[in-house]
Design a protein around this ligand. Sequence first.
Ligand SMILES: NC(=O)c1ccc[n+]([C@@H]2O[C@H](COP(=O)([O-])OP(=O)(O)OC[C@H]3O[C@@H](n4cnc5c(N)ncnc54)[C@H](O)[C@@H]3O)[C@@H](O)[C@H]2O)c1
Length: 321
Amino acid sequence: MLIYVTGAAGFIGSHLVDRLLSLGHRVIGADNLVRGTLDNLQAAFKNENFRFFDLDLTDRASVETILHPVFAAEEKVDTVWHLAANSDIAAGVADPNIDLRDTFMTTFETIALARKFGMHNLAFASTSAVYGESPERLVETLGPLLPISAYGAMKLAGEAIISAAVESFLKQAWIFRFPNVVGSRGTHGVIRDLIDKLLVNRDELEVLGDGEQKKPYLHVADLVDAMIFIWQTAKERRSLYNIGPEDDGAKVSFIAKSIVEASKTNAKLRYTGGDRGWVGDVPRFSYSVEKLAGLGWRPNGGSEAAVRRAIDELIAERGLV
Ligand SMILES: NC(=O)c1ccc[n+]([C@@H]2O[C@H](COP(=O)([O-])OP(=O)(O)OC[C@H]3O[C@@H](n4cnc5c(N)ncnc54)[C@H](O)[C@@H]3O)[C@@H](O)[C@H]2O)c1
């Protein structure tokens, strides 16, 4: 099949591209490289079934001009995997224009592109952030949803516009609500942040919040497995699934201590205090993955195992040895 992946050079997008190629699909990737890197696509570039375009997805004229001849010369794209977004939640709290553009408008424009070029299936990387700070267990049927970040709000709007597109021209849409995803090529997130701080100062490690924030973590290899499984298995025209581990998560203090231990730096931990790392951060949540288990997919391990694996991968990748 021919697949179009946006955000292809990013953390999750590049792992997805590798997996789709390994399954024998042909992949067209797009990314404007604001956060993603060509380095992440090293393996993909060795595969003749992969093509990449450096594109700002919000620039409709350029996207259409560049991709029109590509799509015109090819068989029809079977599925669009839309992963491009702003992944810096705090930046979007400070300036919501960032999420309007990179989280929502990339989605709106990708749907417009799909409509124009007759692509009828769309898979979307949504997020647990759409639930906001709900005291209830986060289950797909929960509502009303009141996000606490511009990022969560724009992802929720993205889900809504995709749902509307199913009514007008899409045959099927898969909406995945990711938890915190960790692993090699991570472009952001607590593990990468703490490792990068240690690269600058090996004696003291500043940790945002009081360390008690506790969230579900999933390794990117498991996440990609789950996405592909849902894509191949779920039959509803609008499939909506939380993806995550089956536990309630790992604490930030566990992550910080594990990084110090794995890096053998002996750095002293200094917590900045407060119950959350930054404005817009949801400090704790309990995630329901029963619907996904009912479909037949379960993760390989829990949050702490995913975190440990990602720490080892990122310490090696970032050169903290
Ligand atoms: N990593 C997580 O924990 C997590 C959790 C929930 C949801 N998600 C979602 O998964 C998807 C992938 O996230 P990620 O962690 O790989 O982040 P990432 O930042 O590594 O990847 C996103 C990619 O989108 C690209 N991009 C941003 N704006 C663009 C634009 N205007 N035009 C073209 N490309 C653009 C960036 O360059 C980047 O490569 C995102 O939609 C994100 O919101 C991630």
